[in-house]
Design a protein around this ligand. Structure first.
Ligand code: HEC
Length: 118
């Protein structure tokens, strides 16, 4: 029994990992390396931006009337500026001030680039 559990657990973790990569890779289209290889930096950047998706939607477009602003209307520069202001306390909000503190300035720059208006 223990062995069977161990096997199925390993199997599902593998599946979860594959699903996570698929979700991350589907985030935006460009920058995937040729062949079957996925650029690790691309996966990292997409995964970071995916942490914003639960509220702001996968492409920065949240559900209408959900009281979460759309952020794909902002440029990367504007997103980064807002995030840094939430982080250093000069911009108020209900959720973002706490959330922004969890990201380094470099990570803020990355999510801003991924989600900002192209
Ligand atoms: C738990 C939900 C939630 C998550 C996760 C979240 N946000 Fe927000 N975001 C909000 C809400 C709500 C606001 C409105 C300000 C407030 O009340 O904090 C907001 C506001 C913003 C704004 C300002 C938009 C404007 O037009 O003023 C930006 C930029 C932003 N979020 C970026 C991000 C980024 C980048 C991430 C991921 C690192 C993220 N948010 C993750 C809920 C969320």
């Amino acid at each position: 029994m223990r062995r069977a559990f161990g096997l199925s657990r390993a199997w599902s973790l593998k599946r979860l990992g594959a699903a996570a990569v698929l979700v991350a890779a589907g985030f935006t289209t460009p920058a995937i390396a040729s062949g079957d290889k996925v650029d690790p930096q691309f996966v990292y950047n997409s995964s970071l931006a995916a942490t914003c998706a639960s509220c702001h939607g996968t492409n920065g477009v949240s559900v209408a009337d959900a009281r979460v602003p759309w952020i794909n209307t902002l440029t990367p520069k504007e997103i980064a500026k807002a995030m840094l202001e939430y982080k250093n306390g000069t911009r108020s909000g209900t959720i973002m001030p706490q959330l922004a503190k969890g990201y380094t300035d470099e990570q803020i720059e990355i999510v801003a680039q991924v989600l900002g208006k192209k």
